[in-house]
Design a protein around this ligand. Structure first.
Ligand SMILES: C[S@@+](CC[C@H](N)C(=O)[O-])C[C@H]1O[C@@H](n2cnc3c(N)ncnc32)[C@H](O)[C@@H]1O
Length: 457
């Protein structure tokens, strides 16, 4: 069954076809193509000249079947193929992960030697065992000349085989099955590459239980399951009355396996006594969006990780995300620990500047930053249902309008954070009032530098 694409979800590019320059039609630089999305007929200004509808028009490279030695049938290039070129779509029956798992076991029990199941997204698989395109005959190599890529075509995710390098006519096509092998029993790899990993799917998790199918009542995103930054080991640091900035935990920064930080959904912004927005409870770190400084938290909200990963699109979120395997290390139950977080206040930083003008400027930028953060939080709550809906539809992306809103709010937050930090640096480096600067107590200058260093981190 095909999903019906809603009009508001149709991504429309900027390309305009110029008859004097056929290259002007949607090609590699088309905004849609850059995000692995095909143009929608009737909505693309290049009309029949659009070159970004290759899946829809079955614009495949010429290939032919041949018999390999020891690896059954294989597919070879029947023309020279350029790096990056679309070769063929991997077609087959689209089935749920449960069905895929069952079928895979059944095929194995029936003694089928060849496996043809690949993952489509976190909930669905493509089974080309009984029905499929000739892409099903492409063998594995540990030194592949092809790769799979996921494209969004009329709102649906589809898998294509693309050339990784220039491929000469007559060369066997092969991609790396390693991370996505659902072939059950261990199969000895005969690819012959120098770096051969010896078995097909040596790095694959296969059908392991961390495949997650969204269901109502799913507890995956409840607050209890959202891990928190654990700063229990941090040294105590005086906590100011209002705005606080958590200090980066180097151990997390250096541990890529720690996953991404949890997102704004669980941040509640409340007014403190001065009327200023403050993050409540355990997630104060979110108010200061540390992800851009590279700080990561032990578990992610999978829905938003998708929004993030969609900006790269290529092969994003095929099957389970690596982070989904990890159990949260810290949860809200560790509330008491979070209260010992080390904070640096930006208010005292502002006060260290002798110039009133500098103080006001820093506070103003801080307010703008807080506003941008709180707008992003509100937006997250607003778009959450849309993201969840897409999760249930097993789409790897949310609608363009939602994504655009999210990107805009995120950029505003980043800009506000940049302006805030920049205003501190600028006032340190180029004090507008030299006389006032001289009155600055030297030890305060050191304090200011230390705190600014923390802030910038
Ligand atoms: C998607 S099918 C590829 C087409 C298959 N050769 C055929 O004849 O139908 C995957 C199967 O091909 C075989 N195969 C693919 N690559 C291989 C390799 N590098 N070494 C050994 N067997 C391979 C395995 O039996 C695997 O289950």
């Amino acid at each position: 069954m095909h999903k019906k694409l809603k009009e508001e979800d149709i991504a429309i590019c900027e390309c305009k076809y110029d008859p004097c320059n056929p290259e002007s039609a949607c090609g590699e630089s088309c905004l849609n193509a850059l995000t692995n999305t095909e143009c929608t007929p009737g909505y693309c200004r290049c009309d029949q000249h659009c070159m970004n509808q290759k899946f829809q028009k079955c614009e495949y490279a010429k290939t032919k079947l041949f018999k390999t030695e020891g690896r059954g049938w294989g597919l070879q290039a029947d023309q020279n193929i350029k790096a990056g070129e679309f070769i063929i779509e991997y077609c087959g029956e689209v089935i749920s992960s449960d069905v895929a798992k069952r079928r895979s076991h059944a095929y194995e029990a029936q003694g089928l030697k060849d496996a043809y199941i690949i993952s489509l997204n976190s909930n669905y698989f493509i089974d080309a065992t009984k029905k499929g395109s000739i892409a099903r005959f492409i063998n594995h190599s540990c030194e592949p000349n092809c790769e799979t890529r996921k494209w969004t075509v009329l709102g649906e995710t589809r898998v294509g085989i693309f050339a990784k390098i220039d491929i000469a006519v007559g060369t066997e096509l092969a991609y790396d099955y390693n991370f996505e092998w659902y072939g059950g029993v261990t199969v000895r790899c005969l690819c012959g590459a120098a770096n051969c990993s010896l078995f097909l799917g040596a790095k694959s998790q296969g059908f392991q239980d961390y495949y997650h199918v969204w269901e109502d009542g799913d507890e995956r995103y409840t607050v209890e399951n959202i891990p928190l930054y654990d700063s229990a080991e941090d040294e105590p640091f005086p906590k100011p009355a209002s705005t606080e900035v958590p200090v980066k935990d180097e151990s997390l920064v250096n541990d890529p396996a720690a996953g991404q930080k949890s997102l704004a959904s669980d941040v509640k912004l409340e007014q403190d006594v001065t009327g200023k927005s403050v993050a409540t409870d355990n997630n104060k770190e979110m108010e200061f969006g540390l992800e851009e400084s590279g700080q990561v938290f032990p578990q992610t909200n999978a829905m938003i990780s998708r929004i993030r990963s969609n900006s790269t699109c290529r092969n994003y979120n095929i099957g389970p995300s690596p982070s989904s395997k990890k159990r949260p290390q810290h949860t809200v139950n560790q509330k008491s620990k979070t209260s010992s977080k080390k904070y640096v206040s930006s208010k005292p930083v502002a006060e260290l500047f002798a110039s009133k003008q500098a103080q006001e400027e820093i506070r103003r930028y801080e307010e703008l930053k807080n506003k941008a953060v709180s707008e992003l939080n509100l937006l997250y709550d607003e778009i959450r249902p849309a993201i969840e809906e897409h999760e249930r539809d097993s789409q790897d992306s949310v609608s363009t309008s939602v994504a655009e809103k999210w990107i805009q709010a995120t950029c505003s937050k980043w800009k506000a954070e940049f302006d805030f930090s920049f205003s501190i640096i600028k006032n340190v480096m180029c004090p507008s009032n030299a006389a006032a600067q001289e009155r600055l107590n030297p030890s305060s200058v050191d304090d200011a530098h230390n705190e600014i260093k923390y802030l910038m981190n």
